[in-house]
Design a protein around this ligand. Structure first.
Ligand code: CO8
Length: 263
């Protein structure tokens, strides 16, 4: 399916979704949120896709936030609907059973940082900049930033960033634990793809079970998280992936997972 505001490309079991409004630094407008939600449904339905990579078109921005031209005209009910629509799309991203890697290639501000935070982890180019500048616009993060940033980097750092609205460099984002890896701009997609391919070569069942157990556990206490892990582990042991992984070890060969869905 083709879209106006995003591009979706699938190669070797990895989907790349590119936010594609470069003239507006890939700002998230209403149309983009609708298309993102539809694309995520399509990606979830394709069992040959094992990893999703997110990035932004052009060299300047990942996503420079929600589209301020649309935000400027909202009243209270419209503001609520807009925030809920963003939460629904970004929540769907987080809930995908496949891993999502954000390749942040430039500005990731407001809704852009919120989108990246809903991925499973972030790689960034040295030129990337992160921030939740909403306070400067007289608003607050409305696509999950108050929740996901605090969970990712701790409440104190999240409060400082959200209350000042300051931008931070990719290196600072790595230092606070928001970003896993920082590389030269020209190396970003190669690095992300290397990691995506490493994950895509693992079994789909244990990859999604591990993601589910980590995410679900973070929303509750330790005993509940451990109980979720027990269930997810039990699902894995009976899977073809476990059969292949353990047989390969015992037969002293490399495992071949997802044989039916490799293209
Ligand atoms: N929305 C709409 N257009 C944008 C946005 C945006 N967020 N960001 C940049 N643009 C546009 C600019 O208006 C400009 O358009 P034009 O060429 O037509 O004038 C073009 O992109 C290029 O931008 P600049 O000329 O400003 O480029 P600079 O290199 O000078 O600056 C910056 C780059 C620093 C990224 C700057 O553009 C900027 O500060 N942008 C706004 C960043 C921001 O405040 N983001 C947060 C938005 S609010 C948000 O995300 C809330 C999410 C939750 C919403 C909940 C729903 C209710």
């Amino acid at each position: 399916m083709s879209y106006e505001t995003i591009l979706v490309n699938v190669e070797k079991n990895i989907a790349t979704l590119t936010f594609n409004r470069p003239k507006a630094l890939n700002a998230l407008n209403d149309k983009l949120l609708t298309e993102l939600s539809t694309a995520l449904d399509e990606i979830a339905a394709q069992k040959n896709i094992h990893v999703l990579v997110l990035t932004g078109a052009g060299h300047k921005a990942f996503v420079a936030g929600a589209d301020i031209t649309e935000l400027a005209t909202l009243d209270v009910p419209q503001g609520k609907r807009c925030s809920q629509k963003g939460h629904a799309a970004i929540g769907k991203l987080q809930e995908l059973t496949i891993p999502v890697i954000a390749a942040v290639n430039g500005f990731a501000l407001g809704g852009g940082s919120e989108m990246a935070l809903a991925s499973d982890f972030i790689y960034a180019s040295e030129t990337a900049k992160f921030g939740l500048p909403e306070i400067t616009l007289g608003i607050i993060p409305g696509f999950g930033g108050t929740q996901r940033l605090a969970r990712a980097v701790g409440a104190n750092i999240a409060k400082e960033m959200i209350l000042t609205g300051k931008m931070i460099s990719a290196a600072e984002a790595k230092e606070i634990g928001m970003v896993n890896k920082v590389v030269a701009p020209e190396a970003l997609m190669d690095e992300v793809m290397k990691t995506a391919e490493a994950i895509a070569a693992k079994g789909r069942v244990p990859v999604s079970a591990a993601k589910h157990a980590i995410n679900a556990g973070l929303n509750g206490d330790l005993p509940s998280g451990c109980a979720i892990e027990v269930e997810a582990f039990a699902t894995c042991v009976a899977s073809g992936d476990a059969k292949e992984g353990t047989s390969a070890f015992l037969e002293k060969r490399k495992p071949i997972f997802n044989a039916g869905s490799q293209k």
